[in-house]
Write a protein that binds this ligand. Sequence first.
Ligand SMILES: *Cc1c(COP(=O)(O)O)cnc(C)c1O
Length: 230
Amino acid sequence: MSIAENIQKIRGRMEAAAVKAGRDPKEILLVGASKMNDAAACREAVAAGIDALGENRVQEMTAKLAENAYEGAPLHFIGHLQRNKVRQVVGKVDLIHSASSMELLEEIDRRAAMLGLVQEVLLEVNIGGEESKSGFSPDKLYAAADRARKFEHVSVRGLMTIPPVEQAPHGNLPFFTQVSKFYVDIGRNLYDNNFIYLSMGMSDDFEDAIAAGATMVRVGSAIFGQRHYQ
Ligand SMILES: *Cc1c(COP(=O)(O)O)cnc(C)c1O
């Protein structure tokens, strides 16, 4: 199956999941997680009408940017972001999904101010409380979202989460539902209903994420094929 055919198939499944949940399919964006896929694969996805491409390694993204891999689609950064790499990302991407600490937000704000722009970000939520994952813990999220309003050069547009590896079918649905509640509460109470992105769901669980309210799913292997780690 080609990348274009895979995208078409995923779109069909997204639409069915939205309709089943009583939602408008048009409000859910498909972000192609293109890590370990080359510029040609990215261009194929753009030509097939992907809504955005998401990268999770700064070095790989920088190399592919130099090849114009993403031309024609918005570019997102979805992976773990280190403070010392912030300057290579701010202003280069339309949205950072992975703002995972106050210190990182401060650094993004500083860099965006230097460039004279406002960087759109999502706050990452470590919903499973896993050591190995970054993000705000659920009990600190509300206060962090409150404080993040002070930044002049960062605009928080919603939340993102990567739940634990699923142990059983639909195992992540409770996590998605929890994050969805935070998204609605924080958007309403702190952000004047200007929260528009709830980024959750990947190849194996995007339908459950849509059932819980996701407005953005990040799909990699189901579009580009299995990744071959060396
Ligand atoms: C790779 C990746 C995805 C997509 O994972 P698949 O299981 O291949 O769909 C989604 N989000 C992030 C942050 C990723 O790094």
